[in-house]
Design a protein around this ligand. Structure first.
Ligand code: BES
Ligand code: ZN
Length: 591
């Protein structure tokens, strides 16, 4: 029997979970969650019910009315975890499972006060792609959507925030209190998300607020003041926002992503609060997911581009509305640079450069790359170009309506495309995009050409004039740095640093691109700055690029391993595992 999702050992043909109710006590001392998961099924069922788990300690399984049930936890697959097989009696409508999580749960990061931006410990979750199973036994496939109730019992001086509607705090019992939440909409399990810590909130609009540590919340509120504009631009393009509130939670620096589109509550890296407006494209991206990814969801990681390619496309349409086509084009150029590097890295794995992939046997975190994002974006741009914007926009709305609150495959997208816009697929050569390895078509604009000329001149020692420098915004500076040839003479690097304050910028993307320029040029300043960044942020995309750049120099490999040994404890388990992939070829050789 083949299962529909290569990353889930649950079998949705047995039964589908309709509601998940989690009642968990958050224990910072043992770094575990303890309690109960209740799963209600959409239909009564008898016989085996298979669930996904990873590193869970299963204490007991019972029917909804409390009768104990036979169950078996199978061996641990290194990627998928352990299948929990429960024997359901006749007409069972659900199960209750008592369990505890492991201190090493792959979705969770437990932070001491020293690493939490505050005077208190902090816990947060990151479930995408297949980590929800490490916090609860469930059918961990995006094809199985359920409503989720969450009750978290936490130290009463802390607060739980959940990507769901807040239902309030129950009267507290001594040192602990229980915060309650529910999602009115059915969501895929990778969108279950929560955090516990010392958080405060500030209002941003009638439907938005930002949550952050007290020391950060004012700055966050002022940098995120434009969130309502982003929501309105998105609504004007894609139809009304269907999730009630849109709040944001600013996490500690170890958060492994720039942003994560958890419903009603996007999670955000604090590194984006750089004071220069750089956060807008990430907000536009996470807001876009409220339509593409959360409303219409990929059926499995094989169709991940349906989430991310559409989100990048929608992000750049929103940016175009808010800031004009030139700026949206800058982000497309940064994306294309990323894609080129990825294609180079994946030269021997062309199967991973397709939009529709076959990831059985491979962890989705390991396959993660800019291909679904940027090749997906270029593909959708091409379809728009052939169909014409007006017809394409009508199609997009139709697509979002037709598949709202459903999880779909690439095939379902292609069928609707052919039905609504006949022959557009054929003229785009759709299957070459979808099932063929990528090459990166060029994107062009006058401003891009200008920036590339400025970069070439700078490399020859002629820096942009003060007037030219004034005009270069943060995204443009990234494009400029990426266009610099290497190696650069030390004197040019020193002048660039002085002209653009590259050593002291608060913008992490600029800082990382500058470090990469220095490392490519073999300059020792690069290693000190690299170390500083690797120890102070856990954003996987950036730290992975730095570790890879260090390891490209045989003389810096030991240095990279030493910094990792120091920084490792501070990274989220997901980031830790991916960085270990980068360092593995050199790990044995360390002195
Ligand atoms: N959903 C992703 C993050 C993600 C993907 C987490 C796969 C786990 C597995 C999120 O929407 C994202 O793409 N974030 C980007 C933002 C960027 C594209 C603007 C990031 O963090 O870099
Ligand atoms: Zn995304």
């Amino acid at each position: 029997m083949t299962l529909p999702d290569p990353h889930s050992q649950a079998n949705p043909q047995q039964a589908k979970t309709e509601r998940i109710s989690l009642a968990l006590r958050v224990d910072f001392a043992s770094r575990t969650l303890q309690g109960e998961a209740m799963l209600e099924l959409s239909q009564a069922r008898e016989g085996p019910l298979d669930l996904d788990t990873r590193d869970l300690d299963i204490e007991g399984v019972a029917t909804l009315d409390g009768r104990p049930l036979r169950h078996r936890l199978e061996g641990r697959d290194p990627i998928l975890g352990s299948r929990l097989r429960i024997d359901l009696p006749a007409r069972a409508k659900g199960v209750r499972i008592r369990y505890a999580t492991s201190p090493r749960a792959s979705a969770l990061q437990w932070l001491d006060p020293a690493n939490s931006n505050s005077a208190h410990p902090l816990l947060y979750s990151q479930c995408q792609s297949i980590h929800a199973r490490s916090i609860a036994p469930l059918q961990d496939s995006p094809g199985v959507r359920a409503r989720v109730d969450v009750r978290l019992t936490v130290p009463s001086h802390l607060r739980a925030v959940v990507a769901a509607e807040a239902l309030g705090r129950e009267p507290s019992r001594g040192a602990e209190a229980t915060d309650r939440f529910a999602t009115p909409e059915p969501i895929p399990p990778h969108l279950i998300a929560f955090a516990v810590g010392d958080f405060e909130s500030r209002r941003l609009s009638h439907r938005s607020a930002v949550w952050a540590a007290p020391s950060l919340v004012e700055r966050a509120a002022s940098e995120l003041a434009g969130v309502e504009n982003v929501l309105q631009a998105a609504e004007s393009l894609f139809g009304s926002y269907r999730w009630g509130r849109y709040d944001l939670l600013v996490l500690p620096p170890s958060f492994p992503y720039g942003g994560m589109e958890n419903p009603r509550l996007s999670f955000l890296s604090p590194s984006l609060l750089s004071g220069d407006g750089a956060v807008v494209n990430v907000i536009a991206h996470e807001v876009a997911h409220a339509w593409t990814g959360n409303l219409v969801t990929n059926a499995s990681a094989n169709d991940f581009w349906l989430n991310e390619g559409f989100a990048v496309y929608a992000e750049r349409r929103i940016l175009e509305e808010l800031q004009g086509p030139d700026l949206a084009g800058m982000h497309a150029a940064i994306g294309r640079h990323d894609l080129e590097q990825t294609l180079h890295r994946l030269e021997s794995r062309p199967e991973l450069t397709r939009l529709r992939v076959q990831l059985s046997g491979l962890d989705p975190d390991q396959a993660y790359s800019s291909v679904p994002y940027e090749k997906g974006y270029l593909f959708l741009r091409r379809l728009e170009e052939i169909a014409g914007r007006k017809a394409w926009d009508a199609f997009l709305r139709d697509y979002l309506d037709r598949f709202a609150f459903r999880s779909i495959t690439t095939q379902a997208f292609l069928e609707l495309l052919e039905e609504a816009l006949p022959r557009v697929a054929a003229s785009a050569g759709v299957l070459r995009w979808i099932d063929g390895p990528a090459d990166a078509p060029d994107v062009a604009s006058q401003r891009l050409t200008e920036l590339r000329i400025l970069a070439r001149r700078a490399a020859a020692g002629v820096l942009p004039s003060p007037a030219e420098r004034q005009r270069i915004g943060p995204a443009e500076l990234v494009v400029f740095l990426q266009a610099l040839p290497s190696p650069l003479p030390a004197s040019v690097c020193a002048e660039l640093d002085r002209a653009f304050h590259l050593e002291t910028t608060r913008n992490l993307e600029i800082r990382v691109n500058w470090i990469l320029v220095q490392l490519r040029s073999g300059l020792p300043q690069g290693t000190a700055a690299a170390r500083e960044v690797l120890l102070s942020t856990g954003r996987l995309r950036h730290v992975r690029a730095i570790y890879a750049a260090l390891c490209a120099h045989p003389a810096l490999r030991d240095f990279a391993l030493q910094v990792f040994a120091e920084a490792r404890q501070g990274y989220h388990p997901i980031a830790r595992a991916r960085i270990e992939d980068v360092l593995r070829p050199w790990s044995g050789q360390s002195a």
